[in-house]
Design a protein around this ligand. Structure first.
Ligand SMILES: Nc1nc2c(ncn2[C@@H]2O[C@H](COP(=O)(O)OP(=O)(O)O)[C@@H](O)[C@H]2O)c(=O)[nH]1
Ligand SMILES: [Mg+2]
Length: 212
């Protein structure tokens, strides 16, 4: 890592078809809810986010319907942080997330920036996943959890995005400080070698001046 400033974050939205990924991304970018979205389309949304110093570039990858494993792996490699979304009104969409969580963990480790999001909390009578089950899954995934309704408002979407950006930033700072530490320890043997070389050069110069 050579970059020393936090200038951007890449966020990937994963989840089964129909859970509300596109609605989530569109809500975050435009604050609007249209209600009908092109389901299969994979798309990157961008947004510049002002910071006290300047701004960061957010890139949000809204994944398409059931991408094959190699595409999921590519997305995982691309992303800095991941939103795992399911529908609170469809149990099968929660089970789908185990596989992608496994792929993320394998590629990026267990500490990778991650959130678990149960969408469609407005569908009260159709609800299949209760709060405690959401909590257990979040514990298993070792990440924060959210219950939201993209249809009802922007607040939940903003909270999820703030959380994931915060985690990505923390991860960046952690990686940067361990990079700096490695640089310091890398320098140690180099500086020892450097002083040995210097001492040898001095001795050679001395023996030259002794000869002449
Ligand atoms: N009731 C309800 N429907 C939602 C919500 N979010 C998205 N939807 C609907 O769910 C359907 C699928 O949403 P979409 O964003 O296309 O899902 P994607 O396939 O994961 O991208 C659409 O008809 C949306 O209007 C929500 O919070 N509540
Ligand atoms: Mg979609």
């Amino acid at each position: 890592m050579s970059q020393k400033r936090f200038t951007g974050a890449r966020i990937v939205l994963f989840g089964a078809g129909g859970v509300g990924k596109t609605a989530f991304a569109v809500r975050y970018i435009t604050k609007r809810y249209i209600g009908d979205y092109d389901r299969d389309k994979e798309m990157i949304y961008t947004r510049r986010l002002p910071t006290p110093r300047d701004e960061i570039l957010l890139e949000i990858l809204d994944t398409g319907a059931s991408p094959p494993i190699d595409v999921v792996e590519k997305h995982v490699k691309w992303g800095d942080g991941f939103v795992l979304m399911f529908s609170l009104a469809d149990r099968s969409t929660l089970a789908c997330l185990n596989e992608v969580k496994g792929i993320i963990e394998k590629a990026k480790g267990r500490d990778c920036p991650l959130t678990l999001v149960g969408n469609k909390s407005d569908l009260i009578s159709a609800r299949e996943i209760e709060e405690d089950e959401l909590g257990q899954t979040a514990q298993k995934f070792d990440c924060p959890k959210f219950e939201i309704s993209v249809a009802e408002g922007s607040q939940g979407v903003l909270e999820v995005m703030d959380e994931i950006i915060c985690q990505i930033k923390r991860d960046f700072v952690k990686n940067l400080s361990s990079y700096n530490q490695n640089q310091v320890t890398d320098n140690k043997p180099r500086s020892k070698l450097y002083s040995m070389k210097k001492a040898l050069k001095k001795r050679i110069n001395k023996s030259h001046s002794d000869t002449f």
